[in-house]
Ligand binder design. Structure first.
Ligand code: UD1
Ligand code: CA
Length: 420
């Protein structure tokens, strides 16, 4: 069976009631990408056939709006008209799937699953499910085994007796199942349980017994964490953040304090860069070699730092491009700004990029010297080697020519700088 095509189905048809925000958990931001994108992109790495995303009507529109134009837009959507349980969700998706082959089923709310684990599951000859041994099993379905260790039940918490409640081996909600056996098992499901729902777990148990499938067991909750509440969401964010930071550190980025450093998914940092504490770097930013960032810096809007540039304490950079060796070391906002190589941005500099209606760019030339407390009202250009005096306010479109010195409010020229 393991050689046949692997189709994949992700279940995200639930109402997200336990999140309590009225919005779908699938779209909660998790380290720079929606929760669901983590699941879909992990599944994509092992899928060889169809990719089906199961949604419910409540959140269909918002999730489809996100899907369109996202990196996952090649997923096909199936709809479950009513959230009658995970078994019913699979039933609704079956008509979009081939009659035979294998199906990988994942819950859309388990964002930290690793593609390697999914690949290992897919390698099992006769189908498989994923379980985990956890410290606190509450909220999960428990695995019941007989004296020989054979799987005899997957019991939802609401259906557990006291003895089963204490079981620490839980169902991660990930299965690789033979499609034709699954079709039969889904058709035979009933709602005879505490929640009155169709449970996919019942169908999975019956398919795995029929095909003599495996239970693949991992340790701990980090990888299988299911996000049901915003408390779970914060835990998932911490886990993923630690993994992201670990990858950067192993590739040569010095992170002084991982506990206070937030680097989102999709940030490129070259080896040799150093990130000081209390720093946030959002998706799409790129940092060159030997850069220094922080403490207390915030980089966003695809900010780019060329090699050896610095953004220091209390600096926010949004859609800024720092040239090689350029520095803004203290208390500065650089928005929609290009900073030339080796320019120095003095303490307290602000690029006033927003006029209340539109955003405008500021261009600062190479080796420019921006005095402390300068306000640059965009759109404006400060030339190569130009200087602004402390407290200068350079008005929009009053470009400062190369090498010129300006001071005051509004800034006026003092002529060419002797150092230029
Ligand atoms: C499910 C499993 C449980 C497992 C846990 C792992 C069942 C019956 N239970 O429980 O054994 O330990 O996942 O995280 O399968 N969904 C639908 N339609 C529905 C209901 C749910 O598409 O009608 C989707 C949800 O959007 C979610 C996923 O299926 O992404 C799991 O549903 P959820 O309600 O979170 O199941 P759990 O109670 O966590
Ligand atoms: Ca869940």
């Amino acid at each position: 069976m393991s050689s046949s095509e692997l189709h994949v189905l992700v279940l995200a048809g639930g109402e997200s009631t336990r999140i309590r925000t009225g919005r779908p958990k699938a779209l909660l931001d998790l380290c720079g990408r929606p929760l669901l994108e983590w699941v879909l992109s992990a599944a994509e790495e092992v899928a060889s056939g169809s990719r089906i995303l199961l949604l419910g009507p409540t959140h269909q529109e918002s999730i489809e709006t996100w899907l369109d134009g996202s990196p996952c837009e090649n997923w096909k959507v199936a709809i479950q008209p009513e959230a009658n349980g995970t078994g019913d969700a699979v039933r609704c998706a079956l008509e979009h799937l081939p009659e035979t082959g294998r199906l990988l089923i994942l819950c859309g709310d388990t964002p930290s699953l690793q593609p390697e684990t999914l690949a290992f599951l897919a390698e099992q000859e006769n189908g498989a499910m994923l379980s985990s041994i956890v410290e606190d099993p509450s909220g999960y379905g428990r695995l019941a085994r007989d004296k020989e260790g054979n799987l005899i039940g997957i019991v939802e918490e609401a259906d557990c007796d006291e003895e089963t409640l204490a079981v620490q081996e839980i169902n991660a909600g990930v299965y690789v199942l033979d499609l034709s056996a699954l079709r039969k098992a889904i058709a035979n499901l009933d709602t005879d349980n505490a929640q009155g729902e169709f449970y996919l777990t019942d169908a999975a148990l019956s398919v795995l017994s029929e095909t003599d499938g495996a239970v693949v067991t991992i340790e701990g909750e980090d990888e299988i964490l299911g996000v049901n509440t915003l408390v779970d969401h914060a835990r998932a964010a911490r886990i993923l953040r630690e993994w992201i930071l670990g990858e950067h550190m192993l590739s040569g980025v010095q992170v002084d304090d991982p506990a206070s450093t937030f680097i989102e998914h999709g940030v490129e940092i070259a080896p040799g860069a150093r990130i000081l504490p209390f720093t946030v770097i959002r998706k799409g930013c790129k940092v060159g070699a030997d850069c220094s960032i922080g403490p207390f810096a915030h980089l966003r809007g695809a900010t780019q730092m060329a090699d050896k540039s610095e953004l220091g304490n209390f600096v926010e950079a949004k859609n800024a491009q720092m040239g090689e060796g350029a520095k803004a070391k203290h208390l500065t906002y650089l928005g929609d700004t290009t900073v030339g190589s080796r320019a120095n941005i003095g303490c307290g500099t602000i690029t006033a990029n927003y006029d209340g209606t539109a955003k405008h760019r500021t261009e600062i030339g190479s080796r420019a010297f921006i005095g402390s407390g300068t306000v640059l009202v965009a759109p404006v250009k400060v030339g190569d080697g130009a200087t602004t005096g402390a407290g200068a306010v350079v008005l929009s479109n009053r470009d400062v020519p190369d090498g010129e010195v300006v001071i005051g409010i509004p800034a006026k020229s003092l002529g060419k700088s002797t150092k230029a």
